[in-house]
Design a protein around this ligand. Structure first.
Ligand code: MN
Length: 199
């Protein structure tokens, strides 16, 4: 990484001057979220902040902390940043109708380097990130497999000290990290009022 403060620092003796030594600042961690979505089919939506939006994939079988388990991830449309903490019920008859919980959330770092754009990695079809979630932690890879009109990706845990071989995090930790609620509790508590009256 080039040090654009090099000249500034070389000109000063910070033991003698009251001026700040300073450092290059920039965002090194970004938002990620995995939402559990009971739509027509239960699935998990992986979203990674990139370029001011949430790049998104539907992961039908959900994430795993076991490096042996590689999960299919199907790209979906970019979502706005504000979606990262959405939890509630999408009404019947609307796109994605069903219940959504914030299954995991936190920050990620790009394992290819702080100065590397995840967006470029995704264009190339190969990204590795370090997740700091409440459930998902450590290195994860997301790789495009094949191209064509309907590209498919694989999302999986990399081998590192955070890996948990032989475990099923989906079973161990089914709840929302935002409210602690289950999908069923959110469905019951958040359902549209016009449905409450008649159920
Ligand atoms: Mn979804």
């Amino acid at each position: 990484m080039s040090d654009s403060l090099k000249e500034y620092k070389e000109k000063r003796d910070f033991g003698e001057t009251p001026e700040p030594e300073g450092e290059i600042t920039g965002r090194r961690s970004f938002i990620f979220v995995v939402q559990k979505h009971a739509a027509r089919n239960l699935h998990y939506d992986l979203r990674l902040e990139s370029g001011g939006v949430l790049k998104s994939w539907a992961v039908p079988k959900g994430p795993s902390m076991d490096p042996k388990v590689k999960r299919l991830a199907v790209p979906t449309e970019d979502h706005p940043m504000a979606y990262h903490d959405f939890e509630g019920v999408i009404p019947q008859g609307h796109y994605g109708a069903g219940t959504v919980i914030v299954w995991d959330s936190g920050t990620y770092r790009n394992l290819k380097g702080d100065e590397v754009s995840l967006g470029e990695n995704l264009e190339e079809g190969h990204a590795t990130v370090w997740l700091e979630g409440e459930k998902l932690r450590g290195g994860f890879a997301i790789l495009r497999t094949g191209g064509g009109k309907k590209p498919r990706w694989l999302f999986f845990k990399m081998k590192d000290e955070e890996a948990m071989p032989g475990t099923d995090i989906l079973v161990e930790r089914p709840e929302s990290v935002k409210t602690g609620r289950s999908l069923e509790e959110v469905a019951e508590q958040e359902k549209p009022t016009d449905m409450k009256d008649f159920s």
